[in-house]
Design a protein around this ligand. Structure first.
Ligand SMILES: Nc1nc2c(ncn2[C@@H]2O[C@H](COP(=O)(O)OP(=O)(O)O)[C@@H](O)[C@H]2O)c(=O)[nH]1
Ligand SMILES: [Mg+2]
Length: 346
């Protein structure tokens, strides 16, 4: 999952990036674009790896790109360069400043910043959509494509995010690949002062984010960055003192998976044990395509062992012996925790 960290200068993006990646890049304004990859912890993968002892174990990952926020033409406008850097991402994490930053003038205004960011994304998307619409009309493109972009333009003109449009209203197949910002999942990270680290989200912010089709979480990036630097034992104690249930990375992953309705399935073998991330509702054939396009093309069937069944019996062989391995076809909807073995022929 490729996340872009977006937000205005001084909102705490780099501090949050450090807290989640365990890196220690300099905070302060500007700087360069940074990327970091973090592993999605999963005790099921730990277990599978332990009992199978493969050559390689691969966890799901989240890739974060910290994009320096630069002001564009206005106090609450991000530069086109800042927006450009997040276009190729799969999801956005918008960091909203809700602490007094001595380097910045004025009180924090997370709600105002959220609206400003949203408006800018709407305008940026509208520009892309109108350009595409012009060309599609000239080229006499597929009417369904023109229709899809007209739907986009209509929603954006009303200031609505594309992500709130149901699939029945917007045929996303046609608008995929244009990096439309308001169609990407949005996770707002409300960055509060240290002494408010365990606070709840304000109802106004909750309502606004909800209307944009996003999700929100409250955190204090500097507290989290401090926690990330501690030894595991000290971490637990510090978290408890602060009234925090778990470190930010775990919370971020849980929120992101929930927002995007993501689940994991696993492949196991002597070579490797690996976790894969898919959207809930994905059918076996499409899931196979995540592993390799040949598997999707030449899909014959999938052999499925639910994780709990495997954990109870301890090996693939033992599961087969008790007759609990299932054979499923291409339309089978993969379930969280399925061990999937794809049979294919190309
Ligand atoms: N008090 C407080 N300061 C923070 C917090 N997060 C970031 N900062 C400070 O705000 C300044 C800007 O943070 P930075 O991460 O560089 O923001 P960026 O411009 O969005 O990358 C730095 O001095 C940080 O130490 C926070 O949660 N609380
Ligand atoms: Mg920064």
């Amino acid at each position: 999952m490729r996340f872009g960290l977006a937000g205005f200068p001084g909102s705490g993006k780099t501090t949050l990036f450090n807290a989640m990646t365990g890196l220690n890049v300099p905070v302060g304004y500007g700087g360069e674009v940074r990327v970091g990859t973090v592993r999605v912890p999963d005790p099921r993968v730990d277990f599978l790896s332990r009992v199978i002892s493969p050559k390689k174990t691969t966890y799901a990952t989240i890739n974060l790109r910290d994009v320096p926020g630069e002001y564009g033409a206005g106090a609450k406008v991000l530069s086109p360069g800042s927006l450009h850097e997040i276009r190729d991402r799969e999801a956005l994490c918008l960091v909203l400043r809700d602490f007094l930053n001595p380097a910045l003038e004025g009180d924090p205004d997370p709600l105002g910043d959220l609206r400003a960011f949203h408006d800018e994304c709407v305008l940026a998307d509208l520009a892309v959509v109108e350009r595409r619409l012009d060309r599609a009309r000239k080229e006499r493109a597929d009417v369904r494509e023109i229709d899809a972009f007209e739907t986009c333009a209509g929603a954006l003109e009303e200031g609505r995010a594309l992500r709130v449009l149901p699939a029945t209203e917007l045929h996303r197949g046609f608008v995929k690949g244009y990096g439309l910002l308001t169609d990407m999942p949005l996770l707002a990270a409300v960055n509060v002062a240290e002494d408010q680290a365990g606070e709840e989200l304000s109802p106004e912010l909750a309502r606004e984010v909800d209307q944009m089709g996003g999700a929100a979480m409250v955190l204090s990036a500097s507290v989290e960055a401090e926690i990330a630097m501690l030894e595991p034992d000290d971490q637990a104690e510090f978290l408890e003192d602060m009234g925090l249930p778990e470190p930010i990375l775990a919370r971020f992953i849980r929120t992101a998976y929930g927002l995007m309705d993501l689940i994991s399935f696993f492949t196991i073998g002597r070579e490797d044990v690996r976790a894969w991330t898919i959207k809930r509702g994905t059918v076996a054939r499409a899931a196979a395509g995540q592993i390799h396009s040949d598997m999707e093309r030449g899909f014959i069937r999938a052999e499925i062992i639910p994780y709990d069944v495997f954990a109870e019996h301890g090996s693939e062989q033992a599961v087969k012996e008790v007759g609990l391995m299932r054979v499923e076809g291409k339309e089978y909807v993969v379930v969280d925790g399925d061990l999937v073995h794809v049979r294919f022929n190309v």
